[in-house]
Write a protein that binds this ligand. Sequence first.
Ligand SMILES: *Cc1c(COP(=O)(O)O)cnc(C)c1O
Length: 493
Amino acid sequence: MKYRSTRNNDNVVTPSQAILEGLASDGGLFVPIELPLHDFNWQIMKDWAYQEMAQYILEIFLSDFSKEDLQECVRLAYDDKFDTPVIAPLVKVDDHYHLELFHGATIAFKDMALSILPHLMKTAAQMNGNTNEIIILTATSGDTGKAAMSGFQDVPGTKIIVFYPQDGVSKIQEQQMITQKGENTYVVALKDNFDAAQSQVKALFNDSELRQELARHNRQFSSANSMNIGRLVPQIVYYFYAYSQLLNNGEIQAGDSFNISVPTGNFGNILAAYYAKRIGLPIDKLICASNDNKVLYDFFETGNYDKKRDFVITSSPSMDILISSNFERLLYEAVGNNDQVVNDLMESLNNEGQYSLSSDIMEFFEDFIGETANEVDVSEEIRIIHNRDDYVMDPHTAVASSAWRKAYTAEKVSNQVVIISTASPYKFPEAVLTALDYETEDLNSHELIDLLQKVSNIPLPNTIKELEEAAIRHNRVIETHEMRDLVIELATQ
Ligand SMILES: *Cc1c(COP(=O)(O)O)cnc(C)c1O
């Protein structure tokens, strides 16, 4: 399998090169040139462990890696960093399912890909004779940063620099980040929002002077953001794994289709599901669930992608995004793999803050259902499910759950659905407890977590236990325009 840039069809790379580069130097994202349909033998696959499923899917998408190398990457990634040997449990709640993707080291779904990305990147560097130090540059809306740093912590030949919006992450998320260990990790708060952080990171990637400066020091950038196919591909695995568990539970027969509801921010998670569908996983509808930052919902309704609106800070900060970067990959397919059209649309988004597609092109998106859940919907969803099913969800998951309920009520989709559960409630104790009608105002982090443990009966994850004693190791706060100088300073020291 080869990849090419959404903004230049002639920019063709191998999978390992795509992982090393992260983003294409022309500003585009790497996409598979072809996505051939596979015939899956579910009779056998339904009994596979997560690691076996990962090996199989990675071999398809990362075709220049040797089987042995992939096996080693999988072995190092999906081990007892996860608090369950199943890695991604499928849990029945009422008459449908939740795929819990938060059992890794930092209790958010980013761990699913970021526990393997450093190993893939190291292997890719070896395969390509690359001896440069790799500088991972990442903007985070809260979860990527922590998961990426724990993945890259003390990995030889790498350094990681993370930027997060100072007021745009939860207290626990911030604490998790600023206490990050590792001599090669740097975390910086920005006096701006996530979109600004992400745009500036992208600009730094495309800054050829900066690249040359790094090259002079034998260093090069790569990305741990979901724009890197090394993030995207490992996320395809769990959709297959969910299906195998549905089969094992006798919920469906091989070949039957199911629906998914994905709490969406940068469009990485749901795009992975789409790629799974493209190679033959029988997913019927993909519900793209947005919070109050409902750019995508409006897009699916009107064909107009419009980021000119107020940025809303919600209880699901990892979805507080107006520019969903990975959407460009789907857009590229929607316009018939026409790189010139993608360039034009992205220029329009950049300069005018919006672009529009014709109704012909919008037909391409018929398998996607845009839904949105506001803050009241989210609280209600958390409360209803807790009261009825004794199951406590985090606000991101609640957006997806509420979105599915709306689509189901409107008869757009059946109840054969898997809700993608992206974070442990322990990451957002205040929002969850408030939704459950507890007074949280006077409680400190420790008390919030204690109370949540009593209410939810969910065992306390290690990362939360460790926060108590962890020393603060990072305290930089800067303006967006200071990012470039700081990156040079940190990268070249
Ligand atoms: C990152 C994240 C999302 C959004 O995922 P995308 O791949 O960016 O769409 C949703 N929920 C949580 C908890 C996240 O960390």
